[in-house]
Structure formats: structure tokens, C-alpha cells
Design a protein around this ligand. Structure first.
Ligand SMILES: [Zn+2]
Length: 415
């Protein structure tokens, strides 16, 4: 195992105090300019380590290179984390607290004593006995999602820059804005990045590696009703509002919904409805782990809609499917070493690796289809997007070791 004198905790404490909440209503990139405040700090710290080309670009992305120190021709790998925090909970005035030597009891957050972290709600806390736990003070989120990932990549970079005897190829660092609002890679310049394989460091539990995400489509159903003056509507009016509501009511109650599914089950989920008598627009998100699964769900939704529409001779509907993102597994299955090296890196850090899937997407699912196959490594962040968010210092250190090990393994395995 590596003997690293860690800087991750200090860095983490510094980063979470900088408000970087993203805003889904904003049209700019980054969505909030304050994200650049953190970007600047990261660039300064990278430069202080001797990473000469560290830069923050106009869209709020940080790029940097740890140069190769081997004669071997090692593929360029990239480590990626996001700088923004969730719009769901305030990230202003974060006051991080280190709870030393955790003893398994409830953690009461001091500035709102109704906010209590209980091991019964967060069973992972019971795996942290004797470790230092970091939380916020009860009034904000913590921002471990994904500032734990930033601190870990920075600590690993610091270690590699100060240990030239540790051999590795060219390593690219990418810190993105606006991941929480689904735009994390919108302006990522893949050519400039120039990496062949990547790893997001944004996973939850110690030892986990995620190489599978949902495949995702959006469906828009437009219902064209038949509108007349309501005083003279008898036998004529066909209200799109009522037809749209009928379609929603006809969705299955006990299956294929977010509230009735788990693990590898997919769902159809209405997310918005708007319009008037004449025209209603219904939006859905469709999620499954396979493309065939998506098609099956979409066909079922279309059949339900057609069935309702049969009763309305003067009305019609349009059904449009739009691709959102795809399960990264389809890409990674062809490149098993990308995942295998990460599993080995976790094991070398003295942690039992655990391969899992995410019922959602990551920056990595989109990057994987933009030419950068990109599984997700644990960062140790827990209960994210809320006031109970926490991270363990031990888990952060294990993530740093995993990153350094990965850099070494890619070099070792290259002939
Ligand atoms: Zn995240």
C-alpha cells in the first residue's frame, strides 16, 4: 500500500466553503458564474503543484495535465469530477464540521438540532466506527457531491507531482460545471482533452465502481383536441386537457413507475403537462438498462395513448421519442480492461471492490458515447443533495490511493 501524506481533507474543507450551486433556469454556461470562483482556486493549486498548463476556460471547465514520466507509450487517461452542487439544497455559507473518531451514535447537526444523522437512516455510518466524519452544520448541504472527488483527484495529483519515482503515462484532469443540471459535458472539448479513457470520481460507497447506467429517452405526446365555445359544445367539444389526464390515469399503477421499481427495472415517468382545451403537451422520461427495454416501454405508452384516443374521433395525437443518453456498459463491455484496472486499483488500496449499476446517468455515460469510455469510481459522498450529506476521511483517502494505483497500473500493463 502507498504511504501518502494526504492533503484531501484540507482541500475539501476549502472547496465546500465556496458556493457553487448550479441553476437549471439559467441559459449561460456555466449556469452560475460563482462556479468559476472554485475553478480559479483549483487552477492556482494545480499551478502551485507544478502543473504548468492548468487552465480555466470561458465555459467554466478546468483542464490540466500531469505529464508522463515513463518511456512507455501509455494511453492518456483522464480523471473527472464536477464543481457544482445540487440546486435542491442551498450551498451558501457551508460550515463543514469534522466529527473525530465516530462512535456509532446519532450525529446532531449543531445549527439546526432537528437535523440528526442516525445510523438507522444511514446504515453506512456503521462501517465508519473510529473514522472521522465530515458533515455540514444542519443549515446547508455539504457538497461532498462532488467536492470529495475534486479533493481526491487534487490530492492524487499532488502525490504524483511530488513522487517522480512513481511511473505513469500522461494524465489529464477535467473538472466540469453544471453536472447536477445535466449539462456537465455540454461544452467539454474532447479534442482538447485528448484522453483515450476516463474515470469520473463521483460514486457513493467505499470500493464501488459503477460501469452501468440507465439508458434514457424522452417522449413528448401532443394531444390535439377539438375546441368550441363552451356554451355550444354539446356533442362537439373534445378537451385536450381531459384527454391528457385520461392518458396519465391509464398508466399502470403497480409497475413501470419510479415509485414501484428498483434495481434493474425500468419505468415510464410523466414529468410535465401543459396546454389548454385545444392542445396539451405531455412530457415523459423513459428509463431502462437496455435499448430493447426502452422500446418495449415506449410501445406500451403509445398503445395506452392510442387506446384512450379511440374514443375521440375529432382529436389526434403525435408521439415523439428523443434519445437522451445510453447505458455506458454498451461501450465498456468491449473494453473490459478499463474496468478491470479500476477494480485492481481498488483492491491494491486494501478495499474490497464492488461492481454496481446506477439508476441514473453520469457525466461518464455521456462521455462514454463522446469517445471517452468512462466508468465511475467511488468518492465516498453519502446522502447527497441534502442537509444530511456526509463523507468519511478514511474513504476519501482510499479514493486517492485508488486514483494513484490506477495511474500506476496503466503504466505497468503497457508493454
Ligand atoms: Zn455528483
Amino acid at each position: 500500500m502507498l504511504n501518502i501524506s494526504h492533503t484531501a481533507t484540507e482541500r475539501f474543507i476549502k472547496y465546500v466553503k465556496i458556493d457553487t450551486q448550479s441553476d437549471p433556469e439559467s441559459k449561460t454556461c456555466p449556469s452560475t458564474m460563482k462556479q468559476k470562483d472554485l475553478g480559479k482556486v483549483l487552477v492556482e493549486e494545480l499551478k502551485a503543484m507544478g502543473v504548468k498548463d492548468a487552465e480555466l476556460d470561458e465555459h467554466g471547465y478546468v483542464y490540466a495535465t500531469i505529464p508522463s514520466n515513463t518511456t512507455k507509450n501509455v494511453p492518456v487517461i483522464c480523471f473527472c469530477s464536477h464543481m457544482d452542487t445540487s440546486p435542491d439544497c442551498t450551498g451558501k455559507g457551508v460550515n463543514p464540521i469534522i466529527h473525530k473518531n465516530y462512535d456509532g451514535s446519532d450525529i446532531v447537526l449543531p445549527n439546526d438540532r432537528t437535523q440528526v444523522l442516525k445510523p438507522s437512516d444511514h446504515p453506512d455510518l456503521l462501517n465508519q466506527l473510529g473514522n472521522d466524519i465530515i458533515t455540514a452544520d444542519g443549515t446547508t448541504l455539504l457538497g461532498a457531491d462532488n467536492k470529495a472527488g475534486l479533493a481526491e483527484i487534487m490530492d492524487a495529483a499532488n502525490y504524483l507531482m511530488t513522487h517522480p519515482e512513481v511511473k505513469h503515462g500522461t494524465i489529464r484532469i477535467l473538472f466540469t460545471p453544471d453536472e447536477e443540471i445535466g449539462r456537465g459535458v455540454d461544452k467539454a472539448d474532447m479534442k482538447k482533452l485528448g484522453a483515450q479513457f476516463g474515470y469520473t470520481v463521483d460514486g457513493e460507497t467505499l470500493g464501488h465502481l459503477e460501469d452501468e447506467t440507465f439508458s434514457a429517452d424522452g417522449v413528448t405526446i401532443t394531444v390535439n383536441g377539438f375546441s368550441t365555445h363552451p356554451g355550444f359544445a354539446k356533442g362537439k367539444m373534445q378537451s385536450a386537457i381531459k384527454i391528457g389526464s385520461e392518458i396519465i390515469s391509464a398508466l399502470p399503477k403497480n409497475r413501470i413507475s419510479p415509485e414501484t421499481t428498483e434495481n434493474k427495472e425500468g419505468f415510464v415517468h410523466p414529468v410535465s403537462m401543459s396546454g389548454s382545451i385545444e392542445k396539451m403537451v405531455l412530457k415523459f422520461i423513459i428509463r431502462d438498462f437496455t435499448r430493447e427495454g426502452l422500446v418495449t416501454l415506449e410501445e406500451e405508452l403509445k398503445a395506452i395513448t392510442a387506446q384512450v384516443m379511440k374514443k375521440y374521433d375529432r382529436s389526434s395525437f403525435e408521439f415523439v421519442v428523443q434519445e437522451q443518453y445510453r447505458n455506458m456498459k454498451e461501450v465498456l463491455v468491449k473494453l473490459p480492461h478499463v474496468v478491470d484496472y479500476a477494480l485492481e486499483a481498488i483492491e491494491r488500496a486494501g478495499v474490497k471492490p464492488h461492481r454496481s449499476s446506477i439508476r441514473g446517468g453520469t457525466d461518464g455515460s455521456r462521455l462514454s458515447y463522446m469517445g471517452l469510455p468512462c466508468p465511475n469510481i467511488f468518492a465516498g459522498e453519502h446522502a447527497f443533495h441534502g442537509k444530511h450529506e456526509w463523507v468519511s476521511v478514511r474513504d476519501m483517502h482510499k479514493a486517492v490511493e485508488t486514483i494513484v494505483n490506477l495511474a500506476m497500473i496503466w503504466e505497468e500493463k503497457t508493454n
